[in-house]
Ligand binder design. Structure first.
Ligand code: GLC
Length: 482
């Protein structure tokens, strides 16, 4: 009898663990679903660093994004804080920012709630160095943005620099040599100081321990941004550095666990394979082999800086941006494209125009992007993106190089239900040959940047297994950390 009871109990435990694992796996896939379908989001880097626009003492900062100006140029804490106290972006309109994202075809926004400078773009009880208590502006940007996103059905996430903080005492300060800033006549002494003071350049930065900073500012602010602004869809950590430890991460995860649907990137702690839902290749479209089987998101600027740079000239073309979006989707990733509002709270004309053109392209071709997955087919003439229906799969052939003889060859032997041009729905003839499927195209490409052929298969392709972050998958560099 006793043996039977033990056997029944063992069976019960194994089955319930199995069900638990199954449901938690199902819950996990459900959590990731909207994010995987969304494909395209807006990154917003905005804070008092925009007041400098990448310039200090008449010099353009030598290296890095303009959001790093305080560190690159070794601006003293009290000087930076005084500058931040003048921040008054009266033209900021959260509704307009959300509409810009929506018109671009973006499905989520990730906003810098606190960047490395330590300035909170929200009312914080943990530090008065925030937009409500420290500036004449006095409005809670996160609240206005959260309200506008909720009203317009836009998912909202927050970027939070959990370890670096250059203005709240005790925050981490990653060392950058003075030659990346401006030709300060005291550069040699400053470099000597930062080399022997963990990267800090101002004695105020080390007046308390990192631990004290973490439990007085970082952890309380993480609670504030996750609890005070409604449903937060994504939390975007950055530059974890060496001072954040497993203990700090465990305490952060205790807070995050209260929000079971929140999606996290892989920058809470490095090596990143221990925490996070997706990889974060920065400023590049990763190699196919580097993103096999994992969730990932390329974050990228439209110019050359995350934060507003007053002299920006290096704007990416809309061809580059649209083809990046397509290539990223064909490899199973998301594209988080950045805007950096200026001191008045306005997004530049150059960023606005490019986003509007991307939105126009997506109005015609969005079904080839949203709700799709990697196809594992990589043609020479462009990209191939896959979408599964209940009974069959669809391949979206995004043609960059329109064939001169109007014959598009997909080197595959699928049974075809039909083919059409996405731009106008016109039917296209297909022929199965030993070289693959030949699709007869019109002489002219409907869209010079990328024209899409919708190829409906009779069959459903085998499922692509997705593993979440794991030790075997590549960890991508955090660019400014090099
Ligand atoms: C790097 C930069 C940081 C920026 C981030 C965005 O970590 O240090 O300024 O916010 O990239 O990916």
């Amino acid at each position: 009898m006793r043996k039977l009871l033990i056997l029944l109990l063992t069976v019960f435990l194994v089955v319930s663990n199995g069900i638990q694992a199954q449901t938690s796996q199902e819950d996990y896939q459900k959590k990731m679903e909207w994010w995987r379908d969304a494909k395209f989001g807006m990154f917003v880097h905005w804070g008092p660093y925009c007041l400098y626009g990448g310039m200090y003492n008449g010099f353009q900062q030598k290296r890095g994004g303009a959001e790093w100006i305080m560190n690159r140029c070794k601006i003293p804490v009290l000087e930076y804080r005084a500058k931040a106290s003048t921040f008054n972006p009266t033209k900021f309109d959260a509704e307009k920012l959300v509409k810009l994202a929506q018109d671009a075809g973006m499905k989520y926004i990730v906003f810098t709630s606190k960047h490395h400078d330590g300035f909170a773009m929200f009312k914080s009880e943990a530090s008065n160095f925030n937009i409500v208590d420290y500036t004449p502006f006095k409005r809670d940007i996160l609240k206005e943005l959260a309200d506008a996103c909720r009203k317009n059905n836009m998912k909202l996430g927050f970027y939070y620099s959990q370890s670096q903080d250059w203005c709240n005492p005790g925050g981490d300060t990653h060392r950058r040599p003075m030659n990346q800033g401006w030709p300060n006549p005291d550069s040699t002494q400053i470099d000597r100081y930062t080399a022997t003071h963990d990267g800090s350049w101002d004695c105020m930065q080390q007046s308390v321990s990192f631990d004290e900073y973490f439990y007085k500012v970082s952890l309380p602010q993480i609670k504030e941004i996750l609890q005070n602004y409604g449903d937060v869809a994504v939390i975007w950590w950055d530059t974890p550095g060496k001072r954040i430890t497993g203990k700090h991460v465990a305490d952060i995860m205790e807070v995050v666990k209260k929000h079971p649907n929140i999606i996290m990137n892989d920058r809470l702690i490095r090596p990143s394979n221990t925490v996070g839902d997706y990889k974060t290749p920065e400023g590049l479209v990763p190699k196919i082999s580097d993103v096999e089987g994992v969730d990932w998101e390329t974050c990228m600027t439209i110019g050359s800086s995350w934060g507003y740079k007053s002299y920006e000239k290096n704007w990416k073309s809309q061809e580059t941006l649209i083809r990046n979006l397509i290539t990223i989707a064909s490899r199973g990733g998301n594209f988080l494209l950045n805007v950096g509002p200026n001191p008045e709270g306005l997004v530049s004309q150059e960023e606005t125009e490019r986003l509007q053109i991307m939105g126009k392209w997506l109005q015609t071709n969005g079904e080839a992007i949203y709700g799709t997955q990697r196809s594992s087919i990589y043609p020479k003439w462009g990209q191939c993106i896959r979408k599964d229906n209940k009974k069959n799969s669809i391949l979206y052939l995004c043609v960059f190089d329109w064939p001169k003889d109007s014959k598009l060859i997909l080197e595959a032997q699928y049974k075809i239900k039909g083919a059409s041009l996405l731009s106008d729905g016109s039917k296209l003839k297909t022929e199965a040959t030993k070289n693959g499927i030949v699709i007869q195209l019109p002489a002219e490409a409907p869209d010079k940047i990328a024209s899409v052929v919708k190829l409906e298969l009779k069959e459903k392709l085998p499922p692509v297994k997705l593993a979440s972050n794991s030790a075997k998958s590549k960890t991508f560099d955090i660019v400014d950390e090099k």
